[in-house]
Ligand binder design. Structure first.
Ligand SMILES: [Zn+2]
Ligand SMILES: [Zn+2]
Length: 410
């Protein structure tokens, strides 16, 4: 059935507008310049480049700056024309870009980390540059004085970061698969809670401060939506990628989530419907359908003189079942299962054909995506990757029509 979903004719798909080539190594970050036909890229080849679209329709570098260490992360603040570049050696460099994007001046170096910088956010109101790194910490530094304000250590590499500018809460994803919510103060911080649900390192986070939703993507190929504002611990699982989820972006206006995976998969999830929570997996010593014992249940095996069976779980009801009672597979998009998963025989009977209608669209980026960012107001997306290529996409065919959503026409 999975093949059916992916091969179903889709009239609307992302339109590749431009391909930007020239980097000598992995492009770790690419950002669209608001209101300009321009892209800023940072690469493992130690360069930062600003590319502007020329009359020929091609993008050419207007700035080409070489750094001392490979570039691993980047943040750009358009109104103040400030750019922060994180490096493999743990330092963050700040530059100021001229109005015409032809010059970039060095401002400051921040000794933010002891190891590779994984994510950066700049907050103009507080004049903080906040970052996470492979030295297992989040640090926040003052951009006026250049000094370190605070630091907090985790048990594993901190891999991604989202920040709520108004309330000074930070979400940090790490390599253990945990997300930590912290409240940052001037020189201290407090851990509010930890979110556990992924079975692999957290690779991307997106915080929507209005609906108070947190989205996390992980190396376990799945995405989880955490309803932080709902305060009931509600989570939704989204499984449709076949590789690490490298980047996510939630479009609040149309209630769509765009996600990209390392194999080039681009998914657009419809979050404007009431989805169901996937069940917790139940524990049992015997199949909850036929009551045959599982193999570790020596006592019952002895009593009934039967051989123990392997335990499986029905993804729809969460019951612990044996293989014989769960021979069928089905997709179940309302619970986030866009491809076929194991279901017990009674759940299979209960799933109607219309329940299998996909609630997401899937597209091919044909590209090893390591990072993505969107200019939501124009419906543009930029992806970059380990194949050293940067691609600029028109997403308006898949993220809603311009009149209904307020996207400016291109
Ligand atoms: Zn059974
Ligand atoms: Zn079931």
């Amino acid at each position: 059935m999975a093949a059916e979903i992916h091969s179903r004719p889709q009239s609307s798909r992302p339109v590749l507008l431009s391909k930007v080539e020239g980097h000598q190594d992995v492009v770790s970050a690419a950002l669209l310049i608001p209101k300009e036909d321009g892209v800023i890229t940072a690469s493992e080849d130690r360069t930062i480049r600003v590319w502007l679209k020329r009359d020929s329709g091609q993008y050419w570098p207007s700035i080409y700056h070489t750094m001392s260490s490979p570039c691993s992360a980047m943040a750009y603040h358009h109104d103040s024309r400030r750019i922060f570049v994180g490096q493999d050696n743990g330092a963050i460099m700040e530059f100021h870009i001229s109005e015409d994007f032809n010059k970039m001046n060095f401002v400051k170096t921040y000794p933010a980390h002891q190891n590779r910088v994984s994510a950066i956010t700049f907050c103009l109101a507080s004049e903080w540059v906040i970052s996470t790194g492979h030295d297992k910490c989040i640090s926040w530094m003052c951009t006026r004085s250049g000094s370190m304000l605070g630091r907090h250590y985790f048990t594993s590499w901190a891999s991604c970061l989202q920040y709520d500018h108004e309330t000074r809460h930070a979400f940090v994803g790490d390599y253990s698969g945990q997300i930590t919510l912290l409240k940052l103060e001037q020189n201290t911080c407090s851990v509010i809670t930890t979110l556990k649900g992924h079975e692999g390192s957290i690779t991307s986070l997106w915080w929507d401060p209005v609906q108070r939703l947190l989205f996390s993507g992980a190396s376990d190929h799945s995405i989880i939506m955490w309803d932080i504002g709902g305060r009931k611990g509600r989570t939704l699982l989204l499984q449709g990628h076949h590789d690490k989820v490298q980047a996510i972006c939630y479009i609040q206006l149309t209630r769509q989530l765009v996600s990209c995976s390392a194999d080039g998969g681009i998914a657009v999830w419809n979050m404007d419907i009431s989805r169901e929570e996937a069940p917790q997996w139940l524990e049992s010593d015997s199949c909850q359908k036929c009551e045959q014992p599982f193999f570790w249940n020596i006592k019952q095996m002895w009593d009934t003189k039967t051989l123990g069976l392997r335990q499986h779980h029905c993804r729809k009801c969460g019951q612990a079942v044996c293989g014989k009672c769960s021979t069928k597979r089905s997709s179940y998009p309302i619970m986030g299962f866009e491809f076929q998963v194991r279901v017990c025989d009674s759940c299979f009977e209960s799933i109607k054909d219309e329940d299998r209608t996909s609630l997401a669209t899937f597209h091919e980026g044909k590209h090893n995506i390591s990072h993505m960012s969107m200019d939501i107001s124009r419906g543009l997306m930029v992806t970059c990757g380990s194949d050293r290529i940067v691609k600029i996409w028109d997403m308006t065919p898949v993220v809603g029509c311009s009149l209904a959503t307020g996207f400016s026409s291109r």
